[in-house]
Design a protein. Structure first.
Length: 172
């Protein structure tokens, strides 16, 4: 009796496995996005005088752009969009500059929408001095606007989209 129950249980488990095989789907993929800091873009850097120290300009809050849902079914070739992000003295994104071709406008709008919500640690430049005893102290601190160049990449592979994130680099 126990042997018969065991055989029936094993047969039921095997039958269940046969029915859980994945069927290919024609549904569009799930979208995702990635970005990286662009190198050698020619942005000017702040020049620091003797005794000045720059701090901040690091990203605190960032969500990559969403892959445009209307493009999922078409699964277009990889799209790369360069963008310059202008950050104000409070660390908020003030502007996103891009010049996308007309066919990439939906991707550019996804970038603009996401990047407007990014937040950075403000860039501050502090001037330090030493007193007569050699002790250093901050004389003044000023917040400065800054810009960073990024490349946003949208990929669609096997009917699934993806966007990847790269490492951050210093502000320019």
């Amino acid at each position: 009796m126990i042997r018969a129950i065991t055989l029936l249980s094993a047969a039921a488990l095997l039958a269940a496995c046969a029915h859980t095989a994945q069927k290919p789907t024609s549904d569009p993929g799930i979208g995702s996005t990635s970005y990286r800091v662009a190198n050698d873009t020619g942005l000017a850097h702040y020049s620091l005088a003797l005794g000045q120290v720059a701090m901040g300009a690091t990203i605190e809050q960032h969500v990559p752009p969403a892959y445009p849902a209307s493009e999922l079914a078409a699964c277009p070739p990889q799209v790369e969009l360069p963008a310059r992000v202008i950050v104000d003295t409070r660390g908020n994104v003030g502007e996103v500059r891009m010049a996308p071709p007309p066919a990439q406008q939906l991707f550019a709008e996804a970038v603009r929408k996401a990047v407007q919500d990014w937040r950075y640690t403000p860039l501050t430049i502090t001037r330090w001095a030493a007193d007569a005893d050699g002790n250093s102290h901050a004389v003044d601190t000023e917040a400065k606007p800054f810009s960073l160049d990024y490349v946003f990449t949208f990929r669609c592979e096997h009917g699934h989209t993806s966007v990847s994130a790269g490492p951050e680099s210093p502000a320019r």
